[in-house]
Design a binder for this molecule. Structure first.
Ligand SMILES: Cc1cc2nc3c(=O)[nH]c(=O)nc-3n(C[C@H](O)[C@H](O)[C@H](O)COP(=O)(O)OP(=O)(O)OC[C@H]3O[C@@H](n4cnc5c(N)ncnc54)[C@H](O)[C@@H]3O)c2cc1C
Length: 401
């Protein structure tokens, strides 16, 4: 007889594990299946794990703001002690520059002598949010979620690749693994991160979706703090739209620098998420590190390049898709577009509510599920995250969401 589960979750990244925890809490027998050897080993492992609430839509802000409370409440929320330790929420505060138009990031590389000149435009101001910060270790946070899920009866299967999604009469029946093993379930959730489009193609739903997802290569660089300044202790997360970078403190008195992907930098879309260059490139290193040197003139360029390379799972409008599909029992939490680590626990809550409502017969496409949040008491309209929405013109069309 085949192994069975109430819900199979494709992936054990931070969002897949949070979805499992919320479903297991509601009494579902969950099974996360991941082709990697442990939880949080996919794109989650290299996440900058920044927690902030500035997004370009009301729904985006409401969801991220709700997320603050989960991270603040982490140990109590999970109700377990992980013997590996618990992830910590480092509340550095967050500063976001307000811009007036001209964008200095258009002068991107050091070949341009004027790169370090003042752009001439004033930054209008900045928004300071003291409750923001970052999570100390994204992989550990995911392991914490795994332990909490297991405590509620959920299971995890690693080193197991899903190669077929079985369905009949428009209803999910289960999955087949590369080993040939079949696992039966009536509910399946695609939380495959940068592989999300492959899973959707496997299920045959991609062509029906108005909003699709694809994988984008992203570099993050680490540099030492400027001399005489302890950035790890005294630095803040900064969203510097003027230089098209974001940066935050990192352990080892370092600064971690990511890109806001300005138009002048070519985007590297990756057709096969299992094959991409994991080395830091000279051109992107210069773009990001030199931009940070514009903001912090005492910063010195390190002699050795340090950092990580991974993939974003980007949707057409850089907003996530949290939705059901035309196949009964097939759901997705995808298109996290480089900005949904922070939302993993609240996304898990929303997915569990959505799945429960749909499995009880609600047609989410016609009558979108409304989710009442736990901490802020706001109501989130899950229709906002529909796969069939029009491209949202209010999006930043960037990692800022
Ligand atoms: C470099 C980088 C920096 C980021 N910085 C931030 C940030 O500062 N703040 C923020 O909020 N967000 C950030 N993000 C985004 C955030 O990290 C992601 O949205 C989040 O980690 C995605 O989690 P996930 O569970 O959806 O996917 P993943 O962690 O990618 O997990 C998906 C899993 O699915 C598995 N899988 C795929 N296909 C199969 C298959 N066929 N069979 C079995 N298993 C399969 C994979 O092995 C993988 O482990 C960043 C992302 C990156 C890449």
């Amino acid at each position: 007889m085949n192994r069975t589960a109430d819900v199979v979750i494709v992936g054990a990244g931070v969002i897949g594990s949070a979805t499992a925890f919320e479903l297991a809490k509601r009494g579902y027998k969950t099974l996360n299946i991941d082709k990697l050897p442990a939880s949080g080993y996919g794109s989650t492992s290299n996440s900058c794990a920044i927690v902030r609430a500035h997004y370009s839509t009301w729904d985006g802000v409401a969801m991220a703001y709700e997320g603050f409370f989960y991270w603040d409440d982490w140990n109590k929320y999970l109700e377990v002690e992980d013997e590996r330790g618990m992830a910590k929420y480092m509340k550095t505060g967050s500063i976001m520059f307000m811009l007036k138009g001209a964008d200095h990031s258009k002068k991107s590389l050091n070949e341009d002598d004027s790169f370090f000149d003042k752009s001439g435009d004033q930054i209008e101001g900045a928004v300071w949010t003291p409750g923001s910060g970052y999570v100390s270790d994204p992989q550990l946070a995911t392991h914490n979620l795994q332990v909490a899920t297991e405590a509620k009866g959920g299971e995890f299967l690693f080193d197991a690749e899903i190669t077929e999604i079985r369905q009949s009469n428009g209803q999910i029946q289960g999955v087949t693994l590369k080993s040939g093993e079949q696992i039966d379930c009536k509910v399946l959730v695609n939380v495959a991160g940068p592989h999300s489009f492959i899973i959707n193609q496997m299920a045959g739903v991609e062509d029906d979706m108005n909003i699709k997802t694809k994988a984008l290569r992203h570099e993050v660089h680490h540099v030492s703090s400027p001399p005489g300044f302890d950035f790890e202790k005294d630095g803040v997360h900064t969203s510097d739209g003027d230089n098209a970078i974001y940066f935050r403190p990192e352990t080892g008195n370092s600064i971690l620098i990511g890109s806001e992907d300005p138009e002048c930098d070519p985007k590297e879309w990756i057709p096969n998420p299992d094959e991409f260059n994991r080395e830091i490139t000279d051109s992107q290193w210069k773009a990001q590190v030199y931009r940070c040197m514009r903001r912090i003139p005492t910063l010195e360029e390190p002699s050795r390049k340090r950092g990580v390379v991974d993939l974003y799972d980007v949707s057409d409008d850089w907003l996530p898709i949290y939705d059901s599909t035309r196949i009964k029992g097939y759901y997705m939490a995808i298109g996290s577009s480089g900005n949904q680590f922070k939302n993993a626990p609240i996304a898990g809550h929303c997915m569990a509510e959505l799945i429960e409502a749909c499995e009880k017969g609600q047609n989410h496409d016609e009558d979108p599920v409304q989710v009442k949040t736990v901490y802020t008491g706001l109501t989130l309209n899950m229709g906002f995250y529909s796969r069939n929405r029009e491209i949202n013109p209010n999006s930043s069309f960037s990692v800022n969401g």
